[in-house]
Ligand binder design. Structure first.
Ligand code: ZN
Length: 565
């Protein structure tokens, strides 16, 4: 996600329902973005599939939903705890029979004690109401009605009964009944494009068409979206041909499109012109494209961009204003691999999503526009870290219980810098081999930092505990002061350059161990040596061939290390 251009939350609560016999039986919504308790989320259950049906209207604030949740029981005597809040439940059934349930404090608890461990009951929930969040039903930036889902981090529960945690991935089928004038987009591939809606279908009455989308690889609930509005679809191109195992196309490619309001199609074009090129770049660099297609959608998301698997949602205001959001596009597309296909198993390891998307999103420009373009982005990112206040906390910060507060300079730019520094330590060959292996091994699953560390240690052929400990689990960054002393050895014998490298960052931050290059210019010639600093003060001696004092000494000349000053 890109949080940089986050818009204010649109207050939807308090709109009266008042249509179609809706009663005031909607429970009050719980607060979004509260970190779950540590430990296993929803123990004893593994959701395999959500079969979702949504009925939307043209001028209504309410919608109607139905979901069939197929769940595998990992234990006997399980109570299924579906996250669900702020909407009225019409019916709960288990394998077709009416079932008892409790709905309190945002949890719909359905006893499944009659089912043994290993069984896979199908739980149906029918519901309706005025959503408080998650499903955004409102006029778009042009004053026209639209419906967009916006879930991050745990707002899926405001519109879809679900085990609303990133680690429980599932496949999804969506049937969406939407006003005739609208197009509907969702994750996965299109099964049915706007067929006449049966008159008895759920949702507000009116002239509607039914769209069916299906995602055949498991995705996290926060990635499960539909969008419905008057949208125009433009094809950017085909990508990842032969390297997209989820593709349903005969040619094995994925179609890359963008969906924009009719008023904004031309304004959107420059930002998306290289979207297919980006998919190809990340396929080359990281591994096969994980999903069926890639739609880039102008939408009501509160974020600058939201990486929903194969249906990325972008800020409607940014596109309508004609802003160039190509950097955001690259970031969100990188998320398809990291965040969406390989997902953080806990919100507190968010850097595995946001740091990776920040780094690879920038790295596209290294390949496409050259090293200087990439370095400029990394420098901008470094300046943001230095200017911000987040460095006093570590990247992994389990004490933070407000998930929205994790959208910070630690998980974004500093997480990106951690990857850059790791690349500097390992070298390109081992680094990218490790990245590809990490993706291959953990595709479609959920991981912690330790999983990534283990793969990178294999690629490096050495322990990296020192690296991950200081950069992920400790705060800060080093600030270096270098004092050079030159001692000539005698005529024609060269001399010795002694560098006293002090780390002058606050005592509250650790001293960092880092290998770095030193570039010395002496008598018009460049000398480069790799040194390793550790502790608050490191002295290194470099033998130089010339007899005169060096003209310049530069620590880390290519900028591989995040440092202050
Ligand atoms: Zn992101």
């Amino acid at each position: 996600m890109s949080a940089r251009r986050a818009a204010a939350t649109v207050a939807l609560a308090g709109l009266g329902a008042g249509a179609c016999g809706l009663t005031a039986q909607e429970p009050p919504p719980i607060r979004a973005g509260v970190a779950p308790q540590p430990g296993i989320y929803a123990p004893g259950v593994d959701v395999l599939h959500y079969d979702v049906e949504v009925g939307l209207g043209l001028d209504t604030d309410w919608f109607e939903g139905r979901v069939d949740v197929r769940v595998r029981l990992l234990d006997d005597g399980v109570v299924l705890p579906l996250d669900f809040t702020g909407l009225e439940i019409a019916e709960v059934r288990v394998d077709g029979a009416p079932a008892p349930y409790e709905h309190e404090a945002g949890v719909l608890a359905i006893p499944l004690g009659a089912y043994a461990r290993g069984s896979e009951p199908r739980v149906r929930v029918r519901y309706r109401g005025v959503p408080d969040d998650g499903m955004i039903l409102r006029d778009n930036v042009h004053g026209e009605r639209s419906a967009f889902v916006d879930n991050w981090p745990n707002r899926t529960r405001f519109w879809l009964p679900s085990v609303d945690h990133p680690a429980d991935k599932a496949t999804v089928r969506y049937a969406v009944h939407a006003p005739t004038a609208w197009k509907v987009v969702a994750n996965g591939h299109l099964v049915t494009e706007g067929a006449p809606t049966p008159p008895d279908a759920i949702g507000p009455p009116g002239s509607r068409r039914t769209w069916i989308w299906e995602v055949g690889v498991p995705i996290s609930p926060y990635n499960m979206v539909i969008g419905a509005a008057d949208l125009e679809v433009t094809t950017v191109g085909l990508a990842a041909c032969g390297r997209a195992p989820a593709s349903r196309r005969a040619d094995g490619c994925v179609e890359v499109t963008y969906w924009a309001y009719p008023q904004d199609v031309a304004k959107a074009a420059p930002s998306f012109r290289r979207a297919a090129e980006m998919v190809d770049h990340f396929t080359e660099t990281i591994g096969p494209y994980p999903f069926e297609k890639l739609a880039n959608v102008q939408s009501a998301t509160r974020f600058g961009g939201m990486e929903n698997a194969s249906a990325i949602f972008y800020s409607e205001q940014a596109i309508a204003a004609g802003r160039d959001i190509e950097g955001t596009v690259s970031h969100e597309i990188a998320h398809q691999w990291f965040g969406d296909a390989v997902t953080e198993a806990s919100w507190h390891h968010l850097w595995l999503s946001e740091g990776f998307a920040t780094y690879f999103g920038a790295q596209f420009f290294e390949a496409a526009d050259g090293l200087e373009a990439f370095r400029a982005r990394m420098e901008q990112s470094r300046q943001r870290i230095l200017a911000g206040n987040d460095a006093d906390r570590p990247i992994y910060d389990p004490l933070e219980t407000d998930l929205f507060a994790l959208l910070n300079d630690n998980n974004y730019p500093k997480g990106g810098w951690v990857l850059h520094m790791l690349r500097g330590v390992l070298g390109d060959e081992a680094f990218f081999a490790g990245i590809r292996e990490y993706y291959r091994r953990h595709l479609h699953s959920a991981v912690l930092t330790s999983h990534f560390q283990a793969v990178m240690e294999e690629a490096h052929g050495d322990d990296l505990e020192w690296f991950f400990h200081q950069w992920i689990y400790r705060p800060g960054y080093p600030v270096f002061e270098v004092d050079p002393t030159w001692a000539a050895a005698g005529s024609g014998m060269g001399g010795t350059l002694t560098l006293r490298i002090r780390q002058t960052q606050t005592e509250a931050w650790p001293a960092f161990r880092m290998p770095m290059d030193v570039l010395v210019v002496q008598d018009g010639r460049e000398h480069r040596e790799r040194v390793e600093v550790s502790g608050r003060e490191t002295s290194v001696r470099l033998r130089l061939p010339g007899g005169s004092p060096p003209a310049s000494v530069v620590l880390d000349p290519e900028g591989w290390v995040l440092k202050g000053g």
